[in-house]
Design a protein around this ligand. Sequence first.
Ligand SMILES: Nc1nc2c(ncn2[C@@H]2O[C@H](COP(=O)(O)OP(=O)(O)OP(=O)(O)O)[C@@H](O)[C@H]2O)c(=O)[nH]1
Ligand SMILES: [Mg+2]
Length: 278
Amino acid sequence: MSLFKKLISVLKSDSVSNDEWEQIRQQLIASDLGVSLVDQLITKAKSLRTDDPVASISIEVSSWLSNKSRNLLGNKGQTKTILVVGVNGTGKTTSVAKLANYLIKNGNTVLLAAADTFRAAATEQLQTWAKKIEIDVVSGSENTDPAAIAFTAISKAKELNSDYLIIDTAGRLHNKQNLMDELGKVVRVINKQSVVDEVLLVIDATTGQNGLNQAEVFIQSIGVTGFIVTKLDGSAKGGISIAIEKSSGLPIKFIGSGERLEDFGPFDQTSFIAGLFD
Ligand SMILES: Nc1nc2c(ncn2[C@@H]2O[C@H](COP(=O)(O)OP(=O)(O)OP(=O)(O)O)[C@@H](O)[C@H]2O)c(=O)[nH]1
Ligand SMILES: [Mg+2]
């Protein structure tokens, strides 16, 4: 019997025993939420409605999640520009392809830009995805200035009247400041012709609390508007998502749950909370 079902079975009882609260606590710790947040959550939930722990926890978790829109920002009728950023290996390039595929399936036109010119393979990787999805990608040779690629890409996206331009970026340069400077320059170049509507930070759920530290650096340096949390398949649990939203106040817009294009979708708050108890 799953813990969730066990909880359902105690809902009718007058109160929840300490043993039962401890079981719930262990379940939440196993979901990667972090002990300190779990203890805060349990304390708060106990004070709400002790005869219905699932409802109490759900109410409290909801209040911790971002109340900002989870829809993609931008103006109708204009190219919406999305910059995808994050530490190396988190799943940026894969997420760019998945997001493009998702938007196309929803009736949009999309142009891609391969602004990770730090290594040649990065451009090829995005070109391979673009071919599969049957869309264009603006790219350059190794070590081309990413800002130059972004400039060409936004010009082309506007000319084609694309609904979306999605820009893939590098995750590793020889130091953090270097990467932030490079991303800052990409943003400035786009701002000359248009606006950057979204800066989506990709966080690998399997990195646990480390993901939180990464988020801080990007948020402080380049104004993140939302997150894509990847690798929620496998052993990673969704608890880290609550921690990310609680600490930043910013919304998770999409989640990745595998290596295929289809392993991707919008973050759904209701099913996410239900999933915590599964
Ligand atoms: N299981 C799983 N693997 C993923 C997911 N998203 C990406 N990956 C894998 O993670 C690895 C790294 O993905 P990339 O998209 O290349 O990551 P990146 O952030 O672009 O990496 P760099 O360009 O090197 O910084 C690849 O093997 C992907 O297939 C996911 O949601 N689930
Ligand atoms: Mg990449």
